[in-house]
Design a protein around this ligand. Structure first.
Ligand code: MSP
Length: 649
């Protein structure tokens, strides 16, 4: 169809020299969210990823592993494909640069460049480090030695093919300046112009003779094609560029090429010039995102489980990992990846905000209406109107943010709706309405609106967390209702059909114990309780807000208390934390309080302590109490009446 909207998005193709870490997965998860979003909003999408398999480094690593390069890469590529499956990466094509469909076209393009004078043969002169098998320019040497290994280098002259970059430099500069979206974020564009284009482009050596794991130069088999010329071409060879009626005709130029900032120069200088020389249009946007770092510096595979995306996805779910990657770091900037911040995000955004919204709402629907979705009243109160309006506005706010590749901001916008829905529960106190038969209709409206808001949220979650909507929809009984899962269905409020029998399912994201996770995954104490004198937190005794927020402090209502047998210090206390949520704690307060004077008190409670047994009795948290130096103790309470379960922050 001529007026069909298309969207072509690519990731870098990864070196299968090692398994990937969570930093590498970042681009691919972001590209996947974009691809899914565009599909959901009616585009015909092509999403390409793959592996960059040639080059000296891979050849050497294969030798080191006692394998042929082919065997070596096959194993890692299989691992990478499994990773993408586990992270729900919905790519349309996976290109390997060792596939004939790619190699043949790269060779053909090389010949064309040569025939039209873009590539010429010349002598290459450079300082060669034999152990590293690497050439260096005079400027790159450090004290006349190899900058990598520090050993002696020798001046070597050999034949090589060169690409006449200078021929296209002015055109490229003009293109970059005339197309403000070509290199994003903008800061990176200036870096490319000032550091590389303005000082003048040198011709690029595009062949190698020192190894043979590459695409041979078709008319000179002493040489293999430089790995970047080979690799960059994947974005068009995978579309069958050069063939009749190919995907290339439909999808090129790419709409978005996502890459890490470290390979921006290759993608915004070499790549456009290679394309210009083929008379092809340039990609609309090349977006260089920032890096995921560890607190201690660069990420590497040797950091083990804590950076292994497959381990993280298996333990915490791929949706949680995807959410964290997309939400935590503003796309474009560098950010810190830590297990702590990951677990905290799971506990706050996924367990407290989203998970609680779904489980509270469905519990109430079951409790008050046997799960039968009530008919909402014809009239609206202010909170109903606000919730409905926000739900209807959110898709329109998310879409332009996605177009600007502000994935984290788009998720933040969606979470405003999640939080607004939770606030709606607090404003309308369904448990209070349920006590009054005359408020039954109002209660029905509140439950209906909440279920409809959850539907809105679940639909919009799809691109970022594809598995979660599939866990929510059966609870809303809309697993088969494709019409109610579509983005278009969010154009109007009220899609959920009264009378539908909804059913609470398992909790979406159970809360995690941070310390236990860190111990389990890293095998050592978390940074903030280590005695590392370098840590500022330890030096001044201060903690930051994140640390405080790890404690889930709540108001609890004491339902009953009794003495723990054979103990004169302990009371067993039954607590209510909101509708249907009960806990039991064992508190060392028997010398200060009689069991029967406690009933009805609103006390402060730590809700996320790991359960323990005291005198054989289960204790699921801790009551807060103040003690003075005279040995007096008082339970801490609240100043005014507030409903059990309220958070203290
Ligand atoms: N093979 C080339 C790309 C060729 S594209 C025609 C390559 N491969 S890579 O495997 O080394 O890197 C792939 C991508 O992972 C790059 O975009 C790089 O920026 C990204 N990342 C590597 N470590 C990263 C982080 N720690 N954080 C975010 N991205 C990271 O380069």
């Amino acid at each position: 169809m001529a007026d069909e909207k298309t969207f072509y998005i690519t990731t870098p193709i990864y070196y299968p020299s090692n398994k990937l870490h969570v930093g590498n997965s970042y681009t691919t998860v972001a590209a996947d969210a974009m691809a899914r979003f565009k599909r959901m909003t009616g585009y015909r999408v092509w999403f390409l990823t793959g592996t960059d398999e040639h080059g000296q480094k891979i050849q050497r690593q294969a030798e080191g592993a006692g394998k042929s390069p082919r065997e070596f890469v096959d194993e890692i590529v299989a691992w990478i494909k499994e990773l993408w499956e586990e992270l729900d990466i919905s790519y349309d094509d996976f290109i390997r640069t060792t596939e004939p469909r790619h190699m043949e076209k790269v060779a053909k393009n090389f010949t064309r460049y040569y025939e039209q004078g873009d590539i010429y043969k010349d002598k290459y002169e450079g300082w060669y480090c034999t152990p590293c098998e690497a050439y260096w320019t005079e400027r790159q040497l450090e004290e006349c030695k190899c900058p990598d290994c520090g050993r002696d280098v020798e001046l070597i002259t050999e034949e090589a093919y060169f690409f006449r970059m200078s021929r296209y430099a002015d055109r490229l500069l003009a293109h970059i300046e005339a197309n403000p979206d070509f290199i994003l974020p903008v800061s990176r564009k200036n870096e490319m112009i000032n550091n590389f284009l303005k000082p003048g482009l040198e011709d690029l050596c595009v062949s190698r003779t020192s190894f043979d794991w590459g695409i041979p130069v078709p008319f000179d088999d002493e040489h293999v094609i430089y790995v970047w010329l080979d690799a960059l071409s994947n974005y068009i060879t995978a579309l069958d560029y050069g063939e009749e009626n190919s995907k290339f005709d439909i999808f090129w130029p790419a709409d978005v090429q996502l890459i890490g900032k470290d390979i921006l120069r290759f993608h915004t200088i070499y790549w456009p010039i290679f394309l210009m020389a083929l008379d092809l249009p340039l990609p609309k946007t090349v977006f260089g995102h920032g890096w995921l770092m560890l607190q201690e510096g660069k990420m590497s595979k040797s950091k083990g489980n804590a950076v292994d995306p497959r381990v993280l996805a298996a333990r915490y779910s791929s949706d949680a990992l995807r959410y964290f990657l997309l939400r935590e770091i503003p796309f474009g900037q560098d950010g810190i990846f830590s297990l702590e911040s990951f677990i905290n995000r799971i506990n706050t955004d996924l367990a407290n905000d989203l998970g609680n919204l779904v489980s509270r709402t469905l519990t109430m629907a079951e409790r008050y209406f046997d799960g039968v979705l009530p008919q909402p009243a014809g009239s609206e109160e202010t909170s109903d109107k606000e919730l409905r309006e926000m739900a209807l506005q959110t898709p329109g706010l998310v879409e332009p943010l996605m177009d600007e590749l502000k994935l984290g901001d788009a998720l933040a916008e969606l979470w405003q709706l999640v939080r607004r829905s939770n606030k709606y529960i607090d404003e309308n106190t369904p448990w209070a309405l349920a006590k009054d038969e005359s408020k039954k209709e109002r209660l029905g409206t509140v439950i209906y609106n909440l279920i409809e808001a959850i539907r809105f949220i679940s639909v919009m979650l799809q691109p970022y967390m594809p598995r979660t909507p599939e866990r929510i929809w059966p609870q809303l009984r809309i697993a088969e209702r494709k019409d109610l899962q579509s983005f278009e269905s969010l154009a109007s409020w009220g899609g959920m059909v009264p009378g539908t029998v909804v059913e609470r399912g398992e909790d979406l994201f159970p809360r995690l114990n941070l310390q236990a996770e860190i111990r389990e995954m890293q095998g050592d104490p978390p940074a903030e309780i280590s005695d590392d004198p370098e840590k500022p937190e330890q030096q001044d005794g201060l903690i930051n807000l994140d640390h405080f927020q790890e404690v889930d402090l709540r108001v609890a209502r004491i339902k009953a208390a009794e003495k723990v047998p054979k103990s004169d210090k302990l009371l067993k206390v039954a607590l209510e934390l909101g509708p249907g949520e009960e806990r039991q704690v064992v508190a060392g307060i028997a010398q200060y309080y009689e069991a029967d004077e406690l009933e009805g008190k609103l006390v402060l409670f730590v809700a996320n302590l790991k359960p323990v047994k005291l005198r054989g009795v289960l204790s699921q948290g801790m009551l807060l109490a103040a003690t003075d130096d005279q040995g007096n103790l008082t339970l801490t309470t609240v100043d005014r009446k507030i409903k059990p379960g309220s958070r203290i922050s």
